[in-house]
Design a protein around this ligand. Structure first.
Ligand code: PLP
Length: 433
């Protein structure tokens, strides 16, 4: 019983990903190791694109939120699959540029873009800048005008929707560092200012109501709130809003306790709410953008570790320590995120042991999972943590001067290194004597 459809076991009882024996990958590339199934990544891109094309009749775009997992290889895949790309920093934009990603399909997000980042976006012809606040609007307006450009922008709006997710990753409230609020007139003020600025062209509105959301209803509600605002600023201020960007946040299955809605069903329901509301408001249906990150990359990845020690503390718990930890996956330490863990070489056997999987960092909170069920393990065994394709590699650090693991892509029974393992020399490359 496995969570991702690309995972299976072979005749040796080993876990396979994309048809390849995970123990063979661990042997060949070493551990810790991120493994991404390129076929599933592409399938996820195609599923979203197929749905948006179906329900919005070609008037929609799926942009991959690259912060979930950003490297040149994944930017190239998103480009090949006809997706747009969200970036939130100079580093993500630089990665996209180096991957040859078409800049007209790039959306630059973030609540505090620096002047250097804005200049980089203007100079490279980024399609859309999603402006977060009035300070940024004024700065960008001045910079674009000075450069003799007219930059297409969207505004990030707080639609005030509670998406029932974890507090740390909830971003739709008025008490959020992201975006412009509707309630206090801030958003309207920004629209008024933008319309008077020669350096920017306000083409759209954007919202992103949270992450790992399972319900469809908050997305429907957000779409309605946004359309109401589009109608209001259309009639009162003469703003012509062509693009409605509804963000990402679609939940994925980390463990059997998670039950995500089907993304096609999301698209069907939200598109019909949009059509109905636009008809009611007497406005044109906007071009719709969605921005999945986790739901594209997350299910496609697993992480492989080697067990170094098994510490059984009688009457307390059993710690299974692995050769990675919060440096390659900080999500348990940050949000007590749930993961499914199994012994890759015994994947077909029942999970009879309750253990805590610990990392090797000098932090007691450096855990991958507490009180999780796995097969009996001993030092030298390979563990697989499932659904680590999003917000693992992209959140990795060098704490304790631990080099980041390699990322290997598997496809058609073949594997290739997409991001090489950091070396000890890499760790010192910026150190001066
Ligand atoms: C993080 C983020 C996304 C992607 O969120 P997921 O939960 O990974 O789908 C999309 N849009 C914006 C603006 C974001 O900040």
């Amino acid at each position: 019983m496995y969570i991702a459809k690309n995972l299976n076991t072979n005749e040796l009882g080993h876990l396979t990903i994309g048809g390849i024996d995970s123990l063979q990958l661990a042997e060949q590339y070493g551990t810790p190791l991120y493994v991404m199934d390129e076929d599933l990544l592409r399938e996820n891109c195609r599923a979203f694109k197929g749905s948006i094309d179906k329900y919005y009749g070609g008037r929609g775009l799926v942009t991959y939120a690259s912060k979930a997992f950003c490297c040149k290889a994944v930017c190239k895949i998103a480009a090949q699959e006809g997706l747009g790309l969200d970036v939130v920093s100079a580093g993500e934009l630089y990665t996209a540029l180096q991957a040859g990603f078409p800049m007209q399909r790039v959306f630059f997000h973030g609540n505090n873009k620096t002047p250097v980042e804005l200049r980089q976006a203007l100079e490279n012809g980024v399609g859309y800048i999603v402006v977060d606040n009035l300070d940024e609007l004024r700065l960008l307006g001045t910079m674009a005008q000075a450069a003799g450009k007219v930059q297409d922008i969207l505004f990030r709006i707080k639609p005030g929707i509670d998406a029932h997710t974890h507090d740390f990753i909830r971003t739709g409230q008025i008490d959020s560092k992201f975006g412009l609020a509707l309630e206090n007139g801030e958003a309207e003020e920004a629209v008024r200012e933008a319309l008077a600025m020669p350096g920017v062209r306000l083409v759209g509105l954007h919202c992103h109501i949270g992450s790992q959301i399972f319900d469809i209803a908050p997305f429907e509600l957000a779409a309605q709130v946004m359309l109401d605002f589009i109608a209001k600023i259309g009639s009162e201020l003469g703003a012509e809003i062509e693009i409605l960007d509804l963000g990402g946040g679609f939940g994925i299955q980390y463990t059997s306790a998670d039950h995500p809605s089907s993304y096609d069903e999301y698209m069907r329901r939200v598109s019909s709410v949009i059509a109905a509301r636009c008809a009611q408001l007497g406005i044109d249906t906007p071009f719709v953008v969605i921005e999945p990150g986790r739901s594209i990359a997350g299910p496609a990845g697993i992480t492989l570790y080697t067990v170094g020690s098994v510490k059984h503390i009688e009457g307390v718990r059993t710690y299974v320590s692995v050769d990675g930890g919060m440096t390659d996956n900080p999500r348990y330490a940050l949000y007590q995120a749930s993961y499914d863990v199994l012994a890759a070489g015994k994947a077909a056997q029942p999970r009879t042991e309750t253990v805590t999987v610990a990392g090797k960092c000098c932090e007691s909170g450096d855990l991958i999972q507490e009180n999780t069920q796995i097969q009996p393990v001993q030092p030298g065994d390979v563990l697989a943590v499932l659904a680590t394709g999003a917000y693992n590699y992209s959140m990795a650090s060098n704490y304790n001067r631990i080099p980041r693991p390699a990322v290997v892509f598997v496809k058609d029974g073949q594997s290739r290194v997409a991001v090489r393992r950091e070396s000890l020399e890499d760790l010192l490359q910026n150190d001066l004597d």
